[in-house]
Ligand binder design. Structure first.
Ligand SMILES: C[S@@+](CC[C@H](N)C(=O)[O-])C[C@H]1O[C@@H](n2cnc3c(N)ncnc32)[C@H](O)[C@@H]1O
Length: 334
């Protein structure tokens, strides 16, 4: 029977008919165009991917994103952001907005501000608040930053680490378009689960759930992507003359084990979200990044799901990291 390789170890001895269809340079050899003339999509298993993206771009993925939004909201105690910025009369920018759910919420709650949500892929055509507009743009392309003449008081970026090739460049460009005293905030939910019981007495056996982070980061690294960037942000922000920097961690339990009712609810929600998005998270990094056989991945995912259904006793948790900082100004701050 096939055994699961250690994180970072390619399973090159296992071959699958699918390998030839997925392991080509540029990730995709099987493509089909849907929805947009600008974006090409391709299939891996039963999931649909945008070219160059390590996670699916299908309707299920949109639902996963919106479910994650609920996790962020609960973890941040119903706040959309943590930076101490006043939004009345402000221009606000959300980069890598995806379904636009966060931009919509900020615009809806703050009718006296004006919000722009930006993403490379198409925005939803649903009703949006009148003080919100979406723009389609490639944020890696300097010339696409068409709003450079404007000055924003607040820029918010959530769950984008894997997609950013040049983080210092992104922060420098954000600094250029922030008004003096304006704020930038990053929010990231990490997948590095740890056990609270382990903190007191080491567990005899490590759970596979604790391997998710290692496998995923190795798979993404093989694709030239980085999973976690929250530890890099403070230094880069300081190098770009940001100050009043805060790096805060908000606990996200896995399961209903906490006594506190709010944490119990959050843990229940996160367990459900992780259970359903496991395949979306792991499929391409393991198959294309670590060259695992498709069927081995499905076995591994089945094992993981099984552990997730029985993980209450392990008292696991992870964190939402929030990093925010203020652009230095000569005079008065906002
Ligand atoms: C993980 S999703 C962001 C989720 C969203 N911020 C949220 O928290 O709900 C990453 C998004 O980055 C977008 N993206 C990736 N590369 C991009 C680029 N170069 N320019 C603009 N958007 C990009 C993708 O289209 C995708 O929608």
């Amino acid at each position: 029977m096939a055994t699961t390789p250690e994180p970072g170890e390619p399973a090159t001895q296992i071959q699958s008919p699918r390998d030839s269809a997925i392991a080509s340079p540029g990730w995709a050899s099987s493509t089909c165009s849907v929805h947009s003339e600008d974006l090409e999509y391709w299939r891996l298993g039963n999931r649909l991917y945008g070219r160059g993206f390590p996670f699916p771009a299908d309707d299920r993925a949109r639902e996963d994103h919106d479910a994650r939004h609920a996790v962020f909201k609960k973890a941040l105690k119903d706040r959309s952001f943590c930076a101490p910025v006043r939004l009345e009369g402000a221009d606000v920018l959300e980069l890598y907005t995806r379904t636009g759910i966060l931009a919509m919420e900020i615009a809806d709650k703050n009718p006296a501000c004006s919000v722009i949500g930006v993403d490379e892929s198409q925005m939803p055509e649903a009703w949006v608040p009148p003080n919100l507009q979406f723009e389609v743009c490639n944020l890696e392309d300097n010339d696409d930053w068409t709003w450079r003449q404007r000055r924003f008081r607040f820029i918010i970026i959530r769950q984008h680490g894997v997609f950013v090739k040049d983080l210092p460049g992104l922060i420098r460009r954000c600094s250029e378009i922030l008004e003096d005293g304006g704020w930038i905030e990053f929010q990231l939910l990490t997948l590095g689960h740890y056990s609270q019981s382990e903190q007191q007495a080491p567990m005899g056996k490590k759970s596979k759930i604790q391997d998710i982070h290692g496998y995923l980061s190795h798979g993404l690294a093989a694709l030239g992507r980085q999973l976690d960037i929250h530890d890099k942000l403070p230094r880069i922000l300081e190098e770009n003359s940001f100050h009043n920097l805060e790096h805060r961690g908000f606990p996200v339990p896995l399961g209903r084990w906490p006594k506190d009712e709010e944490l119990k609810d959050l843990g229940h929600l996160w367990l459900d979200v992780l259970y359903w998005e496991l395949e979306a998270l792991m499929l391409l990094p393991l198959s294309v990044g670590l060259k695992w056989d498709y069927h081995l991945i499905q076995l591994f995912l089945a094992d993981l799901r099984n552990e997730l259904t029985q993980c209450e006793g392990l008292k696991m948790l992870t964190e939402v990291h929030v990093v925010y900082a203020q652009k230095v100004c000569e005079g008065r701050t906002t």
